[in-house]
Design a protein around this ligand. Structure first.
Ligand SMILES: NC(=O)c1ccc[n+]([C@@H]2O[C@H](COP(=O)([O-])OP(=O)(O)OC[C@H]3O[C@@H](n4cnc5c(N)ncnc54)[C@H](O)[C@@H]3O)[C@@H](O)[C@H]2O)c1
Ligand SMILES: [Fe+2]
Length: 420
């Protein structure tokens, strides 16, 4: 029997310039007295976390600052954060200030300081045991400083398991922040490449959720089987379409001139909208492919990111196979691909299967993203390995609008070595 039900969930949201100055008040409403603030060193250097901690302190709430979240977290970095929090606790609320890296680290810390067991008990199977939390988590206030992941709205945290060279995550509704505080003024200091990479994450969230398998095309689920990601649906569609329009009008400007207040605001809205969309519909092939691309990087070190380790940032990794992934999915839902291309590139003629790949590639080039997998260090000889890694992300591939074989993935990776 086909599914007839879709779901929508989101945290409370406070959006706008100055919103981050009210967190002390918001925490007091939750009854908080002692809170952990999680951030990373790069964000800490902007002075914003210290300012927010001071403001929270003025509401009579004690703040312990942890600025050791790793950019693109690993199992090791999350274990360090959890150990810190277990030592410094107990807390009655958690605040995350940063991009997806800091917010995801805070989600793992929140889970593992309130529930028994270790990280691997909760990681998605088959890497971990995929257990559900048994105890309530603390209220988490998520304050994004990048315009990208939407992690402030979602139920997941993503990490790299170093020993297995695999990216995976924890996914459970209990991880969703209680309150998202989106203050565009905090995003002004993002380096240009962070704006570019995280903006492509927004783009792929919107495009993948918009083209995801329709919720009614899944098998019917029992109530206890429902998952946060239920496929494209009328409500997620609305967020995704609006996110694409906002990106079309502000992405290039925000990368070219980080001080452009209007562009930064529009990007913050786009990230929020896309997060609310994909946080309920799900993502598919480009995100599945991004996991092995990021997990198997050798030497690449982009500007604007910490230089101590090789990294293909999440948004960049997601975009690198996007043009070819959407060429492949075109025939499963042509009208959706054409509409997305039109929203993203209203100046291009309404087209065919090439329209969306062309619009994405043009945007990637305009914001300075490398020209394909070869430019970040992969070659023809890596394709089998990348396919094997992407095939492990069955949870994501199942959301694609059509079945995906290993040959299909090999063709997508192979054609993504160079885009222009
Ligand atoms: N949980 C989710 O729903 C979800 C969704 C997508 C991606 N992710 C994860 O999020 C992570 C990527 O997050 P991201 O793209 O937001 O970037 P990020 O958190 O990794 O930050 C990127 C870099 O920008 C710096 N930075 C961030 N904000 C800044 C600011 N305002 N001023 C100056 N520097 C700033 C950071 O210090 C860091 O060096 C990845 O680990 C990815 O897997 C999670
Ligand atoms: Fe993403």
């Amino acid at each position: 029997m086909s599914e007839t039900v879709f779901t929508y969930a989101a945290p409370a949201l406070k959006f706008g310039s100055g919103a981050s100055a009210e967190i002390g008040h918001d925490l007091a409403v939750f009854g908080a007295r002692r809170t952990l603030l999680v951030t990373d060193a790069g964000v800490a250097a902007t002075g914003v976390p210290a300012r927010i901690a001071e403001e929270i302190g003025r509401s009579g709430i004690e703040v312990v600052l942890f600025d050791g979240a790793r950019v693109e977290p690993t199992d090791e970095s999350m274990l360090e954060a959890i150990a810190f929090a277990r030592d410094a606790g107990p807390f009655d609320a958690v605040v995350a200030v940063g991009g997806g890296s800091a917010i995801d680290t805070a989600k793992a810390v929140n889970l593992l300081t309130t529930n028994p067991g270790d990280l691997f008990d909760y990681l998605n199977a088959p890497v971990g045991k995929g257990l559900a939390p048994t105890q309530p988590l603390l209220p988490l206030v998520a304050v994004p400083t990048t315009t990208g992941t939407g992690s402030e709205s979602t139920t997941i945290c993503v990490l790299d398991v170093l020993s297995l060279q695999v990216k995976t995550g924890i996914s459970h509704p209990a991880l969703r922040p209680r309150l998202a505080v989106v203050d565009p003024t905090l995003t002004m200091t993002q380096p240009a490449m962070v704006t570019a990479a995280s903006g492509l994450d927004i783009l792929c969230h919107a495009l993948e959720s918009y083209t995801a398998k329709w919720f009614g095309d899944f098998e019917a689920k029992a109530p206890e089987q429902r998952v946060p990601y239920c496929g494209s649906n009328p409500i997620a569609d609305m967020w995704s379409e609006k996110a694409l329009t906002l990106l079309a009008g502000s992405f290039r400007e925000a990368v070219r001139d980080g001080g452009d207040v209007r562009a930064r605001e529009q990007m913050a809205l786009a990230a929020t909208f896309a997060g609310l969309g994909f946080g309920n519909a799900g993502v598919h092939i480009p995100h599945a492919n991004a996991y092995p691309i990021a997990g198997r990087v050798r030497e690449y070190r982009p500007d604007g990111y910490p230089q101590d380790a090789a990294i293909v940032p999440h948004g960049m990794a997601v975009s690198l196979t996007a043009p070819e992934a959407f060429r492949f999915t075109f025939d499963a839902a042509p009208e959706r691909h054409l509409r997305a291309a039109q929203l993203l590139a209203p100046d291009l003629p309404a087209g065919d299967a090439d329209a969306l790949p062309a619009a994405i590639a043009r945007l990637m080039r305009d914001v300075g993203i490398p020209n394909g997998l070869a430019a970040v260090g992969f070659g023809e000889g890596d394709v089998d390995d990348l396919v094997e890694g992407a095939l492990k992300q069955q949870r994501l591939l199942a959301t694609a609008p059509k079945a995906v074989t290993d040959e299909d993935l090999a063709a997508i990776f192979g054609a993504s070595l160079e885009h222009w």
